[in-house]
Design a protein around this ligand. Structure first.
Ligand code: SF4
Length: 598
């Protein structure tokens, strides 16, 4: 059993699910970047021989020098030992490796004679190991492992990279990271390659090995791993043990974290996210990928207790903020708005966890529809619940409009803030921008750019065009830029829709500022000028996410992740005010809190 699974306070993804998530995050990060491997079997075998315990730049240079100096393998075999040794010396152990290389080539020469291949028969030409392509896996491994300097790891590398087999090579990086993640119960001494390989699904083996090498070099290093920059920290006991202390007094616990928009706004205001809770797998993956160093607990907030969070995140003390944007479908104008909807009462768990964790403040965000659902006033319920948990609150929740804070969207959000004893209630954020079309009464405010300007430099795409990583001719890489496919009949309908018109699933955006983005039937609204739904990237731009923010998961999940998010600029505005109050309370920790409405 994995460490991650065994140490989790409530049900957490099992080992197979953890491998899936690790694989997805590493592939999104490193894209199976080229490690310099080659497809010729003998060339790959020599390349792997030189790579053992040597820095990448060094062994790649030595390999190139050898191939430049000897145009055929036969020439290399007949070379003077001193010449080989001189070329190999920069990689270390020059004499030993030169002897291994000559012995390896001699063995290849002998086998070529035996099987009448290469210079001794079929095809003619140079020494070769291409005949291994017709051998079974077992026979190939047995043959390769008898070659000087080639062990089980190197043999698997040759099988994976040159022979195209789904094999997993346990090198130093793969062993270290999988061990730290608790995916394989590794024992001291030589690794059991079969145990590692059996743990990894076939389809992921080669890709995962490549990406683990990149991750081991860049982040999860042997000494001083950079856990604060690691997107795998959710699954790692070692990393999680440091997360709370890294966050320190600015720690925020982000419940119902979604794709991480509130977390982004709070980070921009100077807070540190100590942990997030998000039950939806793809949103949790988006959070992990875009907020490396933040452990994301993939479970229901209803099942989480303060004690469980502390055991999952050792060292977590009273966080500065517990914040949450509970699901809004029960209140939202776009939802059914039913009184008995269980989701309408999830705010109670936010209040409970803030109390159990001893948070110094609490923030709940939701849609304006929370004010009244079929005669029930939820704002008062939420405020009363926070007060019963010991927090002083604003008399009324603050209603903020995104376009007043530089976002090209008229989305409104309600913010409930509660503060613990000794912390003054923060000010309600004042607008920083003038929305498009509004009179500019205050000259100090910037103007929010129009939606047309916001999308101007993104590519023109037809339905079904684009890709998740769209490389433009000017060198820019545009993420999540796959346009939805529409049938000719739907395209004809869309063409007839004027800006601001159309049904909820195909409403065309206006060019100045968007209404609240919704993902009706998982589709985003229609582009202001192009005849298709906007891409996830265009929606993310409108919401105010940076272009580097990548949304994980299938195409059906991404629009929901973006549309359900709070514009980060709104979260940032509230966070800045909260930070001032918390900072002041630390400076005057024994001063009473006169402005609190208890
Ligand atoms: S959290 Fe730290 S120890 Fe764990 S995998 Fe990441 S870098 Fe390695």
């Amino acid at each position: 059993m994995s460490n991650s699974a065994s140490s989790a306070p409530v049900a957490a993804p099992g080992v197979g699910a953890v491998i899936d998530r690790v694989d997805e995050i590493l592939e999104a990060t490193y894209l199976s970047g080229d490690l310099g491997n080659v497809s010729d079997v003998l060339a790959e075998t020599v390349y792997i021989l030189l790579s053992r315990q040597t820095r990448e730049t060094v062994y790649q240079r030595v390999y190139s020098d050898l191939r430049r100096r000897f145009t055929t393998w036969e020439q290399m075999l007949r070379a003077r030992p001193a010449t080989l040794e001189r070329i190999i010396r920069p990689a270390g152990l020059g004499q030993q490796r030169a002897a291994q290389l000559r012995a390896l080539l001699r063995e290849v020469d002998r086998t070529s004679q035996e099987f009448h291949v290469g210079p001794y028969g079929k095809d003619g030409g140079d020494l070769t190991l291409e005949f291994l392509r017709t051998w079974s896996s077992e026979a190939t491994v047995a043959f390769l492992e008898k070659l000087p300097g080639i062990g089980p790891k190197s043999a698997r590398c040759v099988l994976a990279y040159a022979l195209g087999e789904d094999r997993f090579a346990v090198d130093t990086h793969a062993r270290r990271i999988l061990g730290r993640l608790g995916i394989v119960d590794d024992k001291p001494g030589k690794p059991n390659h079969d145990v590692f390989e059996a743990a990894i699904p076939r389809a992921a083996r080669v890709r995962l090995h490549v990406n683990l090498v990149h991750h081991g070099r860049a982040v999860c290093r042997e000494s001083a791993p950079r856990c604060e920059d690691c997107p795998l920290i959710s699954f790692c006991v070692t990393g999680r043990s440091k997360a709370a202390s890294i966050a320190g007094r600015d720690a925020v616990v982000d419940l119902f974290g979604g794709a991480g928009a509130m977390g982004l706004g709070f980070k921009q205001a100077g807070f540190r996210i100590a942990a997030a809770v998000e039950i939806e797998r793809h949103a949790a993956q988006t959070y992990r990928l875009n907020h490396p160093g933040v452990p994301v607990f993939e479970t229901s907030v209803e099942d989480v207790t303060g004690e469980a969070l502390r055991s999952w995140l050792p060292g977590l003390r009273a966080p500065a903020v517990v914040m949450a944007g509970p699901p809004c479908q029960g209140y939202s104008a776009a939802g059914a708005r039913t009184i008995g909807d269980r989701r309408n009462l999830l705010f109670r768990h936010v209040s409970r966890l803030a109390r159990e964790l001893g948070a110094r403040s609490v923030l709940i965000e939701n849609v304006p529809g929370v004010r009244r659902v079929n005669g029930v006033t939820y704002t008062e319920r939420i405020t009363a619940t926070l007060r019963r948990s010991g927090f002083a609150t604003w008399k009324h929740p603050a209603v903020l409009r995104a376009s007043d804070f530089g976002v090209s969207q008229n989305r409104r959000r309600l913010f409930f803030v509660g503060v613990g004893s000794g912390v003054a209630l923060p000010e309600v954020p004042v607008p920083t921008h003038i929305p498009p079309g509004a009179a500019k009464r205050d000259r100090t405010l910037a103007r929010t750019v129009t939606l047309t300007e916001r999308l101007r430099d993104l590519p023109n795409l037809g339905p079904g065009e684009g890709s998740e990583r769209l490389q433009l001719s000017d060198g820019r890489l545009i993420l999540n830029s796959t346009a939805m496919k529409h049938s000719p009949r739907v395209v004809a309908k869309i063409k007839a829709i004027a800006p601001g018109g159309g049904p909820i699933s195909y409403r065309r955006l206006e060019g100045d500022v968007a209404r609240t983005l919704v993902a009706g039937h998982r589709a985003l609204p229609v582009h202001p000028t192009q005849h298709r739904a906007i891409t996830v990237r265009e929606a993310a731009r409108i919401q105010g996410f940076p272009d580097t923010y990548f949304f994980c998961g299938p195409r059906a999940s991404q629009p929901l992740q973006v549309a359900n998010a709070v514009p980060p600029a709104l979260a940032r505005a509230v966070a800045r005010e909260l930070r001032k109050s918390l900072g002041a309370s630390e400076a005057h920790s024994d001063k009473p809190c006169p402005s609190a409405v208890a």
